[in-house]
Design a protein. Structure first.
Length: 72
């Protein structure tokens, strides 16, 4: 990230950056936090989700928990 700060839920789940949406690509699966986590719905986020589905890529909306100082 370009000096952006990440935000977390009270339970320690990654939500978004201050100016960026969060995506995690792991084992050919693209993950992003759900809107129910309190994130803003972004144009770029929708574009990535749409592109991934058009490419028949696996995609899931999933919360990723912060582990220790993993994101610091």
């Amino acid at each position: 990230m370009r000096g952006d700060s990440m935000t977390f839920t009270q339970d320690g789940y990654v939500t978004e950056g201050t100016v960026d949406n969060i995506f995690i690509h792991c084992n050919d699966i693209l993950m992003t936090p759900p809107l129910s986590a309190g994130i803003l719905e972004g144009v770029a986020q929708n574009s990535v989700i749409h592109s991934a589905s058009q490419l028949s890529r696996q995609f899931c909306v999933k919360q990723k928990h912060k582990e220790g100082n993993e994101y610091e």
